[in-house]
Design a protein. Structure first.
Length: 115
């Protein structure tokens, strides 16, 4: 049984920063790619950023140069540093972890950016 728990969400003014964390626990053999997704009200879930086990990263165009994804495998933890937040970043943020052959999701953390 593997669980992912996100934290670090909250309410912030436009231009502010937040750091999200995703901690994995349970019977983890190895961790592959880890991904942050978000889902705004009335919209589909979208990929925000991902990071491979080798440290390669990918970002959505809308967050590139504002968000930074990182991971510390010895802590089974992934982070998303979010700077210069905009109202359109408001969403529930979810983390996903691949531990082959399975994929695991967290329950999400709410990020609200006020204008």
């Amino acid at each position: 049984q593997v669980q992912l728990v996100e934290s670090g969400g909250g309410l912030v003014q436009a231009g502010g920063s937040l750091r999200l964390s995703c901690v994995a626990s349970g019977n983890i053999h190895s961790i592959g790619t880890m991904t942050w997704y978000r889902q705004a009200p009335g919209k589909e879930r979208e990929l925000v950023a991902d990071i491979t086990s080798g440290g390669n990263t990918k970002y959505a165009d809308s967050v590139r140069d504002r968000f930074t994804i990182s991971r510390i495998d010895t802590k089974n933890t992934m982070y998303l540093q979010m700077n210069n937040l905009r109202p359109e970043d408001t969403a529930v943020y979810y983390c996903k972890m691949i531990s082959w052959p399975s994929a695991y999701w967290g329950q999400g953390t709410q990020v609200t950016v006020s204008s």
